[in-house]
Structure formats: C-alpha cells, structure tokens
Design a protein around this ligand. Structure first.
Ligand SMILES: Nc1nc2c(ncn2[C@@H]2O[C@H](COP(=O)(O)OP(=O)(O)OP(=O)(O)O)[C@@H](O)[C@H]2O)c(=O)[nH]1
Ligand SMILES: [Zn+2]
Length: 207
C-alpha cells in the first residue's frame, strides 16, 4: 500500500488510501472507458489519467475502510453536561449512487449528552466516513444519526444536511440553484421546542 499527503490550510494528515493492486485494476478499466468514449488514449495528456482517476475514486470512496463506531469510541469522555452540543457547517463531499456524480454541501449535527460526550472532531469524522461512500442524501443523514445515537446513547441526536447534486445541475433536469435539505431526529429532538432551538441555532450566522 502506498501513501499520499494531503496539505491544505486546515488539515495536514498522512492518509493511506491507495492500494497498488486495486489502482492497477481500476486504471485498466478506466483506460477501457476512455477508449470506449472515443478518446485517443495514446495522447500525452491522457497518459496518466486512468491511474489518476483510479486514485481519485479510492480517495473519494475511502469511507468504506473506516469504522465510524470505532472513531466515536476512540474519544468518549464521562461528563455531566446535559445541554445541546451542535457542530454545524461541516462540509460534505459525497457521490450519488445513481450517477456517481458529486453532491456536496453542509451537515449540521447536534446531540444532547446523557453522561458521555465525544470529541468534537469525531462528529465531523463520522460525517466524513459516511459521506465518502456511494450515497443518497437521505441514507447519509440517517446513518450519521443512528451511529451517534447507538454509540453515545445520548438523550437525542439531530442531523440536517443541505446539499447540491451535480446530477441535477450538469445533466438531467439541469436545475442550477436547487438545494436539497434532509433531516433526521431522535429522542429529545422529536419535541418541537428542542428541535426549534436547534434549527434557530444552526440558522444563526457568526461573523
Ligand atoms: N432521493 C434521492 N434521489 C437522488 C439522490 N441523488 C440523486 N437522486 C435521484 O435519483 C433519481 C434516479 O432516477 P432515474 O429516473 O432512475 O435516473 P435518471 O433517468 O438519470 O433521472 P433524471 O436525473 O431525472 O434524468 C433521480 O431522480 C436523481 O435526481 C439522493 O441523494 N436522494
Ligand atoms: Zn445522481
């Protein structure tokens, strides 16, 4: 297995994502696809494209290799705080399982601890792990909710995802500005007052 380094303004992590045998197999198939769509695969610009795409797909779908429950369990702390904890505006990049085209936007996640809290970054990691798989937005929303509910056993979990689907923008119905919102709630968030407080807090803009 080879490795790659990702470096941007917010994160610096060494992630092992590229499996050599898999990269070779995927590259061979992407080479065939390029040929089938009528490209000249001998031209210079496409020389490394099959390999690049093979690696890009492994990166975009690396969520299959990670266990979100393990991630949450790796940072659980006993704490007697029983108020709402919200991690909002978590960027998501996923691929729709129907067209393999990206959908992307933001996830807002909240929970009310019942004696156990988790590391804040672990919430964002859980969102990433489920996003980096072939998804529909509804299932992504519910999987995040269920994972946090089952693992932390809080008094409630709320997940809202707002996303744009490229399969609706650059092809098909071609609606450039439509945004899809999905939400899922457990426990205390099923009560109107708690859910309204969550919605109000995720709608507040901090400058
Ligand atoms: N519910 C849901 N639908 C999605 C999601 N991502 C893509 N889709 C939809 O999946 C549907 C697949 O429908 P089909 O009729 O089988 O595919 P299609 O002929 O490519 O459909 P069009 O996009 O309408 O051209 C489309 O309506 C997409 O908009 C998602 O996350 N959730
Ligand atoms: Zn799609």
């Amino acid at each position: 297995m080879s490795t790659t380094e990702i470096n941007n303004s917010n994160v610096y992590e060494r992630i092992e994502v590229y499996d050599e045998a898999l990269t070779n197999k995927l590259s061979k198939n992407y080479r065939d696809i390029l040929e089938l769509i009528g490209e000249d695969i001998s031209r210079e610009g496409l020389d490394k494209t099959p390999e690049r795409v093979a690696k890009a797909m492994q990166f975009l779908l690396q969520g299959y290799k990670n266990d979100p429950v393990e991630v949450l369990q790796s940072a659980m702390f006993k704490e007697d705080y029983r108020q709402m904890v919200i991690v909002k505006d978590i960027e998501i990049y996923s691929l729709c399982e129907h067209h393999l085209l990206p959908f992307f936007g933001k996830a807002h996640v909240a929970y009310i601890p019942n004696g156990t809290i988790t590391g804040l970054s672990k919430i964002a990691r859980v969102v990433d792990i489920f996003s980096r798989r072939l998804q529909v937005q509804e299932r992504l929303t519910s999987q995040i909710k269920e994972c946090i509910q089952e693992t932390l056993k809080p008094l409630g979990v709320a997940v809202v995802i707002e996303a744009q689907h490229l399969c609706m923008q650059m092809r098909g119905i071609q609606k450039q500005h439509s945004i899809t919102t999905t939400s899922d709630f457990t426990g205390a968030f099923q009560k109107n007052a708690t859910r309204d407080e969550f919605i109000k807090l995720i709608s507040t803009k901090f400058s």
